[in-house]
Design a binder for this molecule. Sequence first.
Ligand SMILES: Nc1ncnc2c1ncn2[C@@H]1O[C@H](COP(=O)(O)OP(=O)(O)OP(=O)(O)O)[C@@H](O)[C@H]1O
Ligand SMILES: [Mg+2]
Length: 123
Amino acid sequence: MPYVDGKTLSEFRVDFGMLDKNIKFDIINQIFEGLYVLHNEYHVYHRDIKPDNIMIEIKDGIYRVKILDFGICKMGLNESYVRGGSMLWSAPEQQDNEFVDQSKIDVYCFGLLILWLMYEFKS
Ligand SMILES: Nc1ncnc2c1ncn2[C@@H]1O[C@H](COP(=O)(O)OP(=O)(O)OP(=O)(O)O)[C@@H](O)[C@H]1O
Ligand SMILES: [Mg+2]
């Protein structure tokens, strides 16, 4: 992956609170689009979506979101179960010993991210 000249969402969060709401929605929408393309075009499930694994690059006033760290991602939905994720940011079923639909893990973490960004949700 090319070097991203920007900040992780964790580092960026202080600035995020002061942004215009349209820019906030743009950032959230870009995370959604990234996950949508990963899931629907590449059938890749990231499984570790959290603020440290997302970066924001700002060039000429344009905010670009980059999803990093595909260390525990899975391809397809038929692979054997692998426990993983980061404890605070993982879906409850991700820590169980049963096979779960991997795509739902990213959806859960995306929801947590929105809460964390918009509502001072503590991590
Ligand atoms: N392409 C990149 N450009 C700039 N900085 C990066 C890039 N990839 C990673 N980083 C920085 O390095 C940090 C760690 O990278 P990464 O998330 O890939 O590994 P990790 O944190 O060791 O894995 P884990 O999330 O499992 O702990 C990121 O939070 C980010 O600050
Ligand atoms: Mg990481």
